[in-house]
Design a protein around this ligand. Structure first.
Ligand code: CUA
Length: 320
């Protein structure tokens, strides 16, 4: 069905699932439309008024009929619900081994950042057959990341991270659209996704990374913004050490606990007072307006790269 001109190419693992569900919904709609219209015509003719004095015979009740026309639509809608939900869940849960990529949307372009440091605008190069997970942020208004050939579409909302994932199944060049009206040049906010053979992708991604990896850019920013003055690695600073922070559960001053994930770190940079770590004072100024969304993503990558730090003093050999 990939050649059917009304549908875009099927180029991801989701595409057949989404298309089959669409065909099913379409078939149900067509079936009932035809059924209802044929019934209208048939009944209008069959029960037309034949003489002016004819009085209709009004039927009362018909339990069997009412059960049938309640149970059958219920069954059909439950099939739609469970089928739709299963496709939705599949699209919502990226596999653990998915390749991470960052996307920053702004009026009117898509900025993509690869972990290795490659950056591109309105172009996205990815390897064939590999699950890819996008973490997306917006610099200004709501945009929507849409690749029809992959059957994925996700709003990118300012102030939070949106994620999306897909696994391309076919090499080629596919349209990337913004699917949310975002201003006068919304229609120009388009680009291309290039699905490459894994070896070609390796060559592409390793060919020249002038600015270093994302984590390296983040480390530079960390120093430039003087974050390191307070966030000392050994934990003696006025602010918590960030070594091994990512993915850890953090105890907050208000008694709550939170896992240090991307949204938490982003919030802590832009709204430092929102969640204060237990044992520390809210002394950090906001970096809103001082760091771009790109910068925040780089800082997050840097913090991730700090990894879990081994315990000083011999890795647990001290005993209790
Ligand atoms: Cu961005 Cu429309």
């Amino acid at each position: 069905m990939g050649k059917f001109p009304l549908f875009p190419e099927q180029a991801s693992t989701f595409a057949p699932d989404v298309d089959h569900l669409t065909y099913f919904l379409l078939a149900v709609a067509v079936f009932f439309t035809v059924l209802i219209f044929c019934s209208i015509f048939y009944l209008a003719i069959r029960y037309r008024r034949r003489s002016d004095r004819e009085l209709p015979d009004v039927p009362h009740g018909g339990l069997a009929l009412e059960i049938v026309w309640s149970v059958i639509p219920f069954g059909i809608t439950m099939v739609m619900f469970t089928w739709g939900a299963s496709v939705f869940f599949k699209e919502s849960r990226p596999p653990d081994n998915a390749m991470p990529l960052y996307v920053v949307a702004k009026q009117w372009m898509w900025k993509i950042e690869h972990m290795e440091g490659q950056r591109e605008i309105n172009e996205l190069h990815i390897p064939l057959g590999r699950a890819v997970r996008l973490t997306m942020a917006s610099e200004d208004v709501i945009h929507s990341f849409y690749v029809p050939a992959f059957r994925v579409k996700q709003d990118v909302v300012p102030g939070k991270y949106s994620t999306i994932w897909f696994q391309p199944t076919k090499p080629g060049k596919y349209h990337l659209f913004c699917a949310e009206f975002c201003g006068t040049r919304h229609s120009g906010m388009i680009g291309w996704v290039y699905v490459m053979e894994p070896r070609d992708y390796q060559n592409w991604v390793s060919g020249g990374t002038p600015a270093g990896t994302l984590a390296e850019s983040g480390e530079k920013l960390f120093t430039d913004l003087a974050c390191s003055n307070c966030h000392k690695a050994d934990g003696t600073g006025r602010c918590p050490s960030l070594e091994g922070l990512f993915g850890k559960t953090v105890q907050l001053a208000n008694g709550a606990k939170i896992v240090a994930d991307e949204p938490y770190i982003r919030e802590s940079i832009l709204h430092p007072a929102a969640k204060i770590v237990a044992g520390y004072l809210p002394v950090m100024p906001t970096f809103q307006g001082l760091v771009t969304e790109d910068g925040v993503l780089q800082l997050i990558e840097y913090i991730k790269s700090l990894g879990p730090k081994p315990v000083v003093g011999g890795g647990g050999a001290l005993g209790k």
